[in-house]
Design a protein around this ligand. Structure first.
Ligand SMILES: Cc1ncc(COP(=O)(O)O)c(C=O)c1O
Length: 426
């Protein structure tokens, strides 16, 4: 089977916006293990992306296989019954959902004591925004330039990229309906000014949403004192602070959440949470979560698959491994070493603007627009999977599994450095 031929079949059936069809080095994933992937032709790749950060423990981790084995081992002989795959989330829950919520509560800072589950990152953000609105009875928000919080219609205004929003302004009336986008790391005066504007509108000021490390726009960590400033301002103006840690949370940047260092009112988790299956969560303080009414028969926000037992099981196993194997610290150490290596190797580069990141969330930004996208294409040919980032494809992201073997990581980074050096010659 050839990659290009399989991709041509996809092109014949899928919406043309859905999948990137490269002009060269076509690739269709076939199998994977740990931080290695094989395509349909049997070629091997080092995975520096971990499925957009989903495979925190690597592909087909032992935690994931343990759950699958439990299902496979169950028998149709008495005592009857297989582990649940799907339950009735908000009506008849599964034990798996309860165990996961308890586990999450146990690993998160004490103040974040109540949560809701969903499937995707965008849905977790949607939950956070709805929680903020229902608890404060206001609807004006501050987000930041470069922000990416998902593309669902309700949360689209929080996304900073115009090209993602413009086709749909016919729905929302404006690309930034009730959301003011401020400069990343802007000063206190700018934030207070925006709050004043929102307070003067019908919406009022409801809260601030921030990625403690911006991901899609190019791996940009926020300094902790700046996050603390956001916290203080939100307190002063009776708003809600939302940390979107869909990407940066659960060990990737060295802690389970930045809320361990700066408190927030609502926290969004996703990607790695499901241990490879779709699962996300929004956890909040007792105070904001009390904004929701008691379920007297029908939840006012739910979804068919919310609290999906199989995903809850793999999630609980993922969290167990994260804590047991001390993967936060591992990500911190590996990430520091990787950043040091790249910074040393690329310090003299004429094409690299900056190497930056936190833990195993690392970005390389090039001066030239589109060079990140070219790098992603070329590295694919060199057997390394990484992802272009930035509004103009000016960088690449390195977000491997938290347990990637150090020598494999180094081998992939060496190939990246060689490619950068080869570009310097032109
Ligand atoms: C910070 C952040 N928030 C939200 C999302 C949206 O998650 P999903 O694509 O699962 O809806 C992403 C996805 O990359 C993200 O990085």
């Amino acid at each position: 089977m050839e990659n290009a031929k399989v991709l041509a079949r996809l092109q014949a059936v899928e919406c043309r916006d859905s999948t990137y069809i490269p002009h060269h080095h076509a690739l269709v994933f076939h199998k994977a293990q740990g931080s290695r992937i094989w395509d349909v032709e049997g070629k091997e790749y080092i995975d520096l992306c971990a499925g957009f950060g989903v495979h925190g423990l690597g592909h087909a981790s032992s935690a994931f296989r343990k759950v699958v084995a439990e299902y496979a081992a169950a028998s149709s002989e008495p005592p009857f019954g297989f582990p649940l795959v799907h339950a009735m989330g908000d009506v008849y829950p599964s034990q798996d959902k309860i165990e996961l919520l308890e586990k999450l509560k146990a690993v998160l800072p004490t103040a974040l004591c109540r949560g809701m589950l969903a499937l995707t990152g965008g849905q977790a953000v949607e939950l956070a925004i709805k929680t903020a609105i229902i608890s404060k009875k206001r609807s004006g928000f501050i987000a930041f330039k470069g922000a990416y919080h998902g593309l669902d219609l309700g949360i689209l205004p929080f996304c900073s990229r115009g090209d993602f929003k413009e086709p749909f302004t016919i729905w929302s009336g404006s690309s930034s309906f009730n959301v003011m986008h401020l400069d990343w790391l802007c000063d206190e005066e700018a934030i207070k000014g925006a709050i004043g504007v929102l307070q003067g509108q019908q919406s009022g000021f409801c809260g601030i949403i921030v990625e403690p490390v911006q991901g899609r726009s190019g791996i940009k960590p926020a300094p902790l004192p700046w996050l603390q400033k956001l916290h203080n301002i939100v307190r002063k103006y009776d708003g809600v602070l939302i940390f979107d840690e869909i990407f940066s949370g659960l060990g990737r940047t060295g802690t389970i959440t930045h809320a361990e260092e700066v408190s927030c009112d609502l926290l969004c988790l996703g990607k790695a949470l499901g241990g490879g299956l779709p699962l996300s969560a929004c956890f909040g303080t007792e105070e904001v979560m009390r904004g929701w009414p008691e379920n007297k028969g029908e939840a006012i926000h739910t979804g068919t698959f919310f609290g999906h037992p199989l995903s809850c099981r793999t999630a609980t196993q993922f969290l167990n491994a994260l804590v047991h194997d001390d993967l936060c610290r591992n990500a911190q150490l590996l990430g520091d070493a990787a950043q040091r290596y790249l910074a040393e190797q690329l310090s003299e580069s004429r094409i690299v603007k900056e190497v930056r990141g936190k833990g195993l969330m690392i970005g390389v930004e090039f001066y030239q627009e589109g060079l990140g996208a070219a790098c992603m294409d070329e590295m694919r040919a060199q057997g390394v999977i990484l992802l272009a980032n930035g509004e103009k494809g000016e960088g690449v992201s390195i977000t491997p599994a938290l347990n990637i073997p150090q020598e494999l990581l180094l081998e992939a980074l060496k190939r990246l450095v060689e490619w950068v050096k080869s570009q310097e010659r032109f």
